[in-house]
Design a protein around this ligand. Structure first.
Ligand code: ATP
Ligand code: MG
Length: 332
């Protein structure tokens, strides 16, 4: 397979999957290239996990086409899966086995020979920062360490495509940062031969290609780090784009408001024409306003809260965040 053919690593079109009357996935199409991190976000039950399970072939689609690295997941499932590393939302480790034994287990299940798995397991454990814990029982790992071991297990076959279902949910912010450093290293162009990441990705893509990653996350700061983000709702990807493109859709429509009493400010804001949504953000409010009405909303707030000494209400346009976009797409 040439580089060009391999650049689109995940190519899914018009996927449908129902469970009884539940339309879990409805007409989902997505493409992920080598070196891309595609973030699938959406509320609980939006269809993210089902989409990933269809892509890995754990579920059979009612309709639609899926190719991974050029292999049809339905007709050439084994070849396709040979290129996929999958971390499921509720993956299980063998609690009584050590870290190293767990990875060895995954390696052997995936058909690696004894002389292949040991050096590779150690390399991967170094990569995810668990080498010093290799003899600890999985049942005694912290939540973050468990997730890293899950990632390590998904990497054992040197996959070209990684499907990670909420890899960082419930993990502390520092460990989430560590996790993202790993993800970024996986999609970056390979480092010179011999370095850990280069060896790790020896099988990835063509020359000069990183891994293609499709992940789900409930954290908008993580979605912001993706190359592209797809918002799922009711089984559909309703919006897709680069984080900057998505934020641009709300440009000029998010007001940050501060004042002495957030409760009364909130109540007043909800009744102002042109205000679509009000959310508390610590000691301030975020108002989403109808396009072109920011000035009139600011004027209405000033009228409702005349300036008095020590009780000034401040309202200003701020750059939209992905969280603003997410809320707008979820509740409207
Ligand atoms: N095996 C199943 N049998 C029946 N219904 C299912 C099954 N798997 C998922 N569903 C339903 O399909 C819909 C989509 O579920 P899915 O797990 O894909 O959502 P999700 O976006 O991953 O949610 P979450 O953010 O909570 O993980 C939900 O209504 C869910 O209840
Ligand atoms: Mg899920």
């Amino acid at each position: 397979m040439s580089n060009v053919e391999c650049r689109i690593m995940i190519d899914a079109s018009h996927l449908f999957k129902s469970f009884g009357h539940t339309h879990a996935v409805e007409d989902v199409s997505l493409r992920v290239k080598a070196g891309e991190i595609y973030g699938l976000v959406g509320s609980d039950g939006a269809g993210k996990t089902t989409t990933l399970r269809l892509l890995v072939g754990a579920l059979k689609a009612d309709a639609g086409e899926i190719a991974v690295c050029g292999f049809d997941v339905r007709k050439q499932g084994e070849q396709a899966r040979a290129h996929i590393g999958y971390l499921s939302q509720r993956f299980s480790l063998y609690e009584d086995l050590t870290v190293l034994e767990n990875i060895r287990f995954f390696a052997e299940v995936r058909g690696l020979k004894a002389d292949e798995w040991l050096p590779r397991c150690m390399e991967i454990l170094e990569f995810v920062g668990l080498a010093t814990y290799k003899d600890r029982r999985a049942g005694q790992l912290s939540g973050g360490m468990r997730q890293k071991l899950g990632l390590a297990s998904a990497l054992v076959t040197r996959p070209k495509v990684l499907l990670l279902d909420e890899p960082t949910t419930g993990v502390d912010p520092v460990t989430r940062q560590d996790f993202w450093q790993l993800i970024i290293r996986l999609v970056a162009p390979p480092s010179p031969a011999g370095s850990p990441t280069g060896v790790l990705r020896a099988g990835a893509g063509g020359e000069g290609e990183g891994v293609a990653i499709l992940l789900t996350t409930p954290y908008m700061d993580e979605a912001s780090r993706c190359t592209r983000v797809g918002f799922m709702r009711g089984g559909k990807i309703i919006v897709e784009g680069a984080p900057s493109e998505l934020r641009a859709t709300l440009e000029g429509r998010i007001l940050e408001v501060r004042g002495p009493s957030l409760a009364s400010l909130r109540q007043a804001a909800q009744n102002i024409d042109g205000v679509e949504n009000v959310r508390a953000f610590g000691d301030k409010l975020h108002l989403r306003v109808v396009s072109g009405q920011a000035d009139s909303v600011i004027a209405a707030l000033a009228e409702a809260f005349p300036a008095r000494a020590g009780s000034r209400v401040e309202a200003r346009l701020v750059p939209p965040t992905l969280e603003d976009v997410f809320i707008a797409l979820s509740v409207d």
